[in-house]
Design a protein around this ligand. Structure first.
Ligand SMILES: Nc1nc2c(ncn2[C@@H]2O[C@H](COP(=O)(O)OP(=O)(O)OP(=O)(O)O)[C@@H](O)[C@H]2O)c(=O)[nH]1
Ligand SMILES: O=C(O)[C@H](O)COP(=O)(O)O
Length: 199
């Protein structure tokens, strides 16, 4: 099955603010870029991968890009969905998933045999780290806060079949210093492979 994959990215120098207690601004930007490059490589192994961002430097890194004109995560994703192939499933994934593997994305896609919408929860089962629709614009993006329940409710309200995909590579986003401690313990392959890692 072919799939459009969308990675939304906030400019590296602006993002990951909740890691401020543990990292300098330079370290956060470097960490954000390293994670993005990792997620991008995983996505490219699985589908046609698009990056939606307002950052010119990130736009220059990628072949398929969507310049964000609708400022903010949900508007940027709606903008991307409006521009992509209406016949293909659309998978959006956060750029801060250092333990992600291509097989995690394939596992999400396999679930589309039975449902319309697949959400990958974070480790606390409150946020959404990846979201797959059978077709673009089946329902709105409602990221922010406890978005897992918001996505579930939005799907059910439209009569769509919804399920979750719970895997460590999808669940381990890097929001807070506690997530960095979890990543250090999880370790390989992320920290082994990165010279000059800020971890
Ligand atoms: N295109 C785009 N992507 C965004 C925007 N805000 C967040 N993202 C991306 O959405 C995903 C999830 O974002 P968060 O985990 O909240 O990341 P963040 O905003 O960098 O982190 P905090 O500053 O700590 O809230 C990441 O891939 C971010 O880069 C935005 O305004 N535009
Ligand atoms: O679920 C969400 O809205 C996204 O994952 C962003 O939320 P978080 O970064 O606070 O988990």
């Amino acid at each position: 099955m072919t799939v459009s994959i969308v990675i939304p990215v906030r400019p590296f120098a602006e993002g990951k603010t909740r890691l401020s207690p543990a990292m300098s601004p330079e370290q956060r930007a470097q960490f954000g870029e390293s994670m993005f490059r990792h997620v991008f490589a995983c996505a490219q192994a699985v589908g046609d991968t698009y990056v939606v961002t307002r950052c010119p430097a990130i736009l220059a890194l990628s072949a398929r890009t969507i310049a964000e004109t609708a400022y903010g995560l949900n508007p940027a994703l709606e903008q991307a969905a409006a521009e992509l192939d209406r016949e293909k499933p659309i998978l959006t994934i956060s750029a801060d998933l250092p333990l992600l593997a291509a097989d995690d994305l394939r596992a999400m896609l396999a679930l589309l045999d039975d449902v319309d919408v697949v959400a990958a929860p974070d480790r606390t089962h409150t946020g959404t780290n990846a979201l797959l629709f059978r077709q673009p614009r089946l329902m709105p993006y409602v990221f922010g806060g406890a978005s897992l329940e918001k996505h579930r409710s939005a799907a059910l309200a439209r009569g769509l079949h919804f399920t979750t995909c719970c895997r460590e590579g999808l669940a381990t986003d890097m929001d807070r210093p506690a997530d960095l401690r979890f990543l250090r313990k999880a370790g390989a392959p992320w920290s082994r492979n990165r010279k000059g890692s800020t971890l």
